[in-house]
Structures are given as structure tokens and as C-alpha cells.
Design a binder for this molecule. Structure first.
Ligand SMILES: [Zn+2]
Ligand SMILES: [Zn+2]
Length: 377
């Protein structure tokens, strides 16, 4: 079928993107679903920092690709061998299909599935197939097996989770990345306990979801840290007990003072080395640092080794919030519907494909949390 999609052909173009236009809205060809796959009609896709890092060149991806790894929509066709999803089901697209057979999958860590890691690196679906072509017939890569900045997506069965159809798509979309990555880092990777003290470094979509997760889990102290006073204000409304501006030269000291020597858990949810240094610095003796942000390719974080030993700190990576999507997406949606995880507060606005370049300028300028993109806004 022919459809409209947002194609990225080159990373690292000059900003503003509204002028350099790294994303072109094109008519492309989408093949029908193969065995184990389905066709979904897009109902909204979230603009995420990991998309931005492709546009600004911070992270390298095989280009050209159809952008988008977080979204929601409706099933319109299923391929052979798919018997547990029906036409008309509402779904969340998530960026980590899994094979269910490799060692990592069988350890309960489908988010780092061996086969999915390899297929994503090649811009393929889990099956190894490419189903997208441009007007000249050239292959277009899939973005993390999803590519949901498009009218339709063909995805592996494992890339979607069926959801409650009463949930509007624009609210459902952010469960595919921001909610899982942020809330999951706190609830799954760190498994914080009621009464713990927590620092959240970076208040984008992922960071604010981490904050909501910390509040849900009963953290006693939640220190929110960011460069933007507006974001710090929003964090206070969402449950941060304290806020610290990372522009202050003594911001780490401020956190250590507030928490009498440092937090139990510090989360780098910004994906910069500076944020990682802040998280490391404000963790107490015996505390843990969890990082779920992706810094630019090749960036290295360093620390004094003796401190790690003498202070018994731990550093843990968290990919997609250590989530098992089929378990966690319905659980987080239910918590949202109960009012205990108010992620709708994080969605700023809905835009059309024609506004998507400017939308990423806004994200780069730290002026938005989550924008949802639809073909016609
Ligand atoms: Zn994302
Ligand atoms: Zn696997």
C-alpha cells in the first residue's frame, strides 16, 4: 500500500530543524504483514529524545529510516500464524520485540533479546524483513521494529501490546517508551521501597515518568534536578518534594544537604555525562545509581574507582525500564486509569506531520515534555 511517512535521510543537519528539515514527509510503499506480523493504523506517535539524537547526529542509525518507536493504534490486518490479536484491537507499539527463546529472553529480560538487538541494529523487523520502500523503490529502514511516524505500520506481533480500547490513542502512545523507560527504571530496575530517598536527574518525558514512579512507590524524598525552572515547577506539581537547578555550581551539595549525605537511589534519566556525574555525586554511601538515558555514541563516564569501593555504590544500566512489555504496559495503564500514574499531565500538545521538524526544535530547546504526532495533527 501507499502511505505517508516521516523519513530521515541524514543526521546532524544544522538547527533549527524547521529550516534544515531532516525529516521529510513522503509517500512510501508499505508491504503487507508477513507471518507473525500485523498491520496497524497509527493513532499517534510520541516525539522522544532518542528520535532527536538521530536527527542531531548524537547517535548513529542506519539511514534512511522511517522514524518513530513509541505509539499507539489499531490493528487492521494480521499475518499468518498470528492468532492472539484481532482486527480492531487497540495496541501500543513498543520498541523491543523479543524472540522468547534466547538466553536473555528466558532470563525474563526480553528488552535485551539477542535476536531483537541484532535486527534493530540492521533496521529490520524481528523476522529480518524490510517492508518499507521510498518512491524510487529504495529500501527504508524500520526504526526499532516500529516506524510509527507513519499512517500505517507493519510490525512483529511482539512489538505490540493489546490495550484497553477505552484509552485514547494520544494517551496510550507514551506507554511504549517514556512510561516504561522512566517508571520502569524506578519500579523494575531499582525496585525502590516505600520510604527511600530518590534523585531524578533530567525532567523530560522519561524523567517525569521516573518521578511519578517514585511517588507511586512511596519514596519519602524525591529531589528533581534539571536545568529548566519550568520543568522544576512541573516536577513540584507532580510530587517532587524538593527541586534543584543543575545550573547551580553547588547543585550536588544541595542534594546531599537535603538528604543528609545523599540519596538511596539516583536516576540519570537525561542521557548526558553531566547528568550521570550529578547522579553519581548525590548518591549516599551504599546507594545506587541507575541510568536509563542514552548519551551520545562514544561518550564515556568516569569515576574514582576507590570511591565506588569505599562507598559501596552500585551503578546499573536500565534498558526500557527493565520492562516486560506484555506484563508492564497493561499494569501501567491500569495505574494511570486509577489516577495513580497521571502520565497525561506530561503530554503538551498534538501536532501534524508537517510540524514534526519544528516539534523536535522544541524538544531540543527543552521547551516541551511530550508531543504526540498524527498525520493531520
Ligand atoms: Zn523513546
Ligand atoms: Zn530473545
Amino acid at each position: 500500500m501507499k502511505m505517508t511517512a516521516c523519513v530521515v535521510r541524514e543526521g546532524g543537519l544544522a538547527q533549527p530543524f524547521a529550516e534544515s528539515k531532516p525529516i521529510s514527509v513522503e509517500e512510501v510503499t508499505l508491504d503487507g504483514p508477513g507471518p507473525g506480523e500485523g498491520l496497524g493504523k497509527g493513532g499517534g506517535a510520541g516525539l522522544c529524545h532518542s528520535d532527536l539524537s538521530i536527527l542531531n547526529g548524537d547517535r548513529k542509525r542506519g539511514l534512511p529510516l522511517v522514524l518513530g518507536h513509541e505509539g499507539a493504534g489499531e490493528v487492521v490486518e494480521v499475518g499468518q500464524a498470528v492468532d492472539d490479536v484481532r482486527v480492531g484491537d487497540h495496541i501500543v507499539f513498543q520498541f523491543s520485540a523479543s524472540c522468547g527463546r534466547c538466553r536473555r529472553c528466558l532470563e525474563g529480560r526480553p528488552q535485551i533479546c539477542e535476536r531483537a538487538t541484532a535486527s534493530k541494529a540492521k533496521g529490520q523487523l524481528l523476522s529480518g524483513a524490510h517492508r518499507l520502500r521510498d518512491a524510487d523503490g529504495n529500501t527504508l529502514n524500520h526504526h526499532s521494529g516500529v516506524s510509527c511516524f507513519a499512517e500505517y505500520c507493519v510490525a512483529d506481533r511482539g512489538s505490540v501490546v493489546v490495550i484497553d480500547p477505552s484509552l485514547p490513542f494520544r494517551e496510550a502512545a507514551i506507554f511504549g517508551c517514556a512510561v516504561m523507560t522512566g517508571a520502569g527504571a524506578v519500579l523494575n530496575t531499582a525496585r525502590i521501597r516505600a520510604g527511600d530517598s530518590v534523585a531524578i536527574v533530567g525532567l523530560g518525558g522519561v524523567g517525569l515518568n521516573g518521578l511519578l514512579g517514585a511517588k507511586l512507590a512511596g519514596a519519602e524524598t524525591i529531589v528533581a534536578i534539571d536545568l529548566s525552572d519550568d520543568k522544576l515547577g512541573l516536577a513540584r506539581q507532580l510530587g517532587a518534594t524538593h527541586t534543584v537547578n543543575a545550573n547551580d555550581a553547588d547543585h550536588i551539595e544541595q542534594v546531599r544537604d537535603i538528604t543528609h549525605g545523599g540519596v538511596d537511589f539516583a536516576f540519570d534519566l537525561a542521557g548526558t555525562i553531566k547528568a550521570m556525574e550529578t547522579a553519581y555525586g548525590c548518591t549516599r554511601y551504599g546507594g545506587s545509581i541507575v541510568t536509563a538515558g542514552l548519551s551520545p555514541s562514544g561518550a564515556h563516564f568516569s569515576f574514582e574507582q576507590g570511591d565506588l569501593v569505599g562507598q559501596e555504590k552500585s551503578i546499573r544500566g536500565s534498558y526500557m525500564g527493565s520492562c516486560v512489555p506484555v506484563r508492564d504496559i497493561p499494569r501501567f495503564i491500569s495505574l494511570y486509569q486509577q489516577g495513580r500514574l497521571p502520565v497525561d499531565r506530561l503530554v503538551d500538545r498534538t501536532i501534524g506531520f508537517d510540524e514534526v521538524n519544528a516539534g523536535f526544535d522544541q524538544l531540543q530547546a527543552n521547551a516541551t515534555v511530550r508531543q504526540i504526532c498524527l498525520p493531520h495533527g
